[in-house]
Write a protein that binds this ligand. Structure first.
Ligand code: ADP
Ligand code: MG
Length: 324
């Protein structure tokens, strides 16, 4: 497929919004931000073989590329509005592009996000999305607002995506097709079709003191929040939420390294004052998201885990680093 035919296919599905003055088709897009709002911008690239197994279905690649970006907006408490898409494709395969677009727009349409531009080139498979959203001025959830005494919360069940990846690496889970066993399928979807916690991020404005999304692993990402806020975290392993799928595939102690150190969950980790515990639980319930308090912030530095018997524990691997 030629470059402009490919762009036209994407343009036909780009989505409409009143705040898009000029979308795909000119040298740049013109976008209108409501008065009093700040623009929130984030970009993430997914490379075949690095960010997803090469055999991943095109639908899932499209979904995940957008999901990881919306997750960053969620962690800022931002309302998603617009995305751009830069595609490097080894060939112009229309079937691949349609599958990819199905996944991308399934999630974009869920959030009412419009595709407003991008770039298309030939090369090794690599996809970059820039996502833009907004927050009322001064209301963004940042990494640097946490204080000693705040409680540490997470949404969802961390470790499921890492468990799916481990099962794939062991050759017992095929990431490209529906798994016959429902628990294995639940894990596969956590890896291939993560849910960005946009509604929760919006609801936590004015309640959370700081937030980050869990992309590189809970310990590592909470570590970034602690550094930016100048605090330490004291966490309880037994407070980590579990799921039926984890119960079947990884006993509790086996799951700790995955839950504390594994990446790709795209859940939110946030902090809030203990007085706001009731509000946190109420807005999470309204957003339809499970949240768990896993510990507290103290003065000092670092992320410190404790076993049920009170002994310290640390994950062997903490966080993904592309250059390590
Ligand atoms: P230019 O040469 O001015 O950068 P292009 O020929 O690359 O423009 O793109 C033409 C139009 O199509 C632009 O509006 C651009 O934003 C859009 N576009 C190109 N590739 C994509 C893509 N992958 N997704 C969305 N829009 C795209
Ligand atoms: Mg131009």
């Amino acid at each position: 497929m030629a470059e402009f035919a490919l762009i036209d296919r994407l343009r036909a599905r780009a989505g409409q919004r009143d705040d898009v003055v000029l979308g795909i088709g000119d040298d740049a897009a013109l976008l209108a931000l409501p008065p009093g709002e700040q623009l929130v911008v984030t970009a993430d690239t997914l490379n075949a073989g690095v960010h997803f197994p090469a055999e991943t279905a095109p639908f899932d690649i499209g979904w995940k590329t957008l999901a990881v970006n919306l997750s960053d907006l969620a962690a800022m408490g931002a309302q998603p509005r617009w995305v751009t898409l830069s595609l490097s494709l080894p060939d112009g395969d229309p079937a691949w592009l349609d599958g990819f677009a199905d996944g991308l727009f399934a999630l974009a349409d869920q959030h009412g996000v419009a595709l407003v531009g991008g770039d298309t080139t030939r090369g090794p498979l690599s996809i970059s999305v820039t996502a833009m959203g907004s927050v009322p001025a001064g209301q963004a959830l940042r990494r640097d607002g946490a204080r000693a005494g705040d409680e540490v919360w997470i949404s969802g069940v961390p470790g499921e995506a890492a468990l799916a990846l481990a099962l794939w690496q062991r050759g017992v889970l095929d990431v490209a097709v529906r798994a016959p066993d429902p628990h294995a399928e639940a894990l596969r979807l956590r890896l291939c079709r993560p849910t960005p916690q946009v509604a929760l991020g919006l609801a936590l404005r004015g309640i959370a003191t700081a937030a980050i999304d869990i992309s590189d692993g809970l310990s590592a990402d909470l570590g970034h929040l602690c550094v930016r806020s100048g605090v330490a975290a004291r966490l309880q392993l037994q407070a980590l939420p579990r799921s039926a799928a984890l119960d079947v595939h990884a006993a509790s102690e086996q799951a700790w390294p995955l839950q504390a150190g594994g990446g790709d969950d795209y859940e939110l980790c946030f902090t809030a004052s203990p007085e706001n515990r009731g509000r946190v639980l109420a807005v999470a319930a309204a957003a339809g998201v499970g949240v768990s308090c896993i510990g507290r912030l103290e003065t000092g530095q670092g992320v410190h885990w404790h076993k049920p018997d009170g002994q310290p524990w640390s994950p062997a691997r903490s966080g993904f680093d592309h250059f390590r």
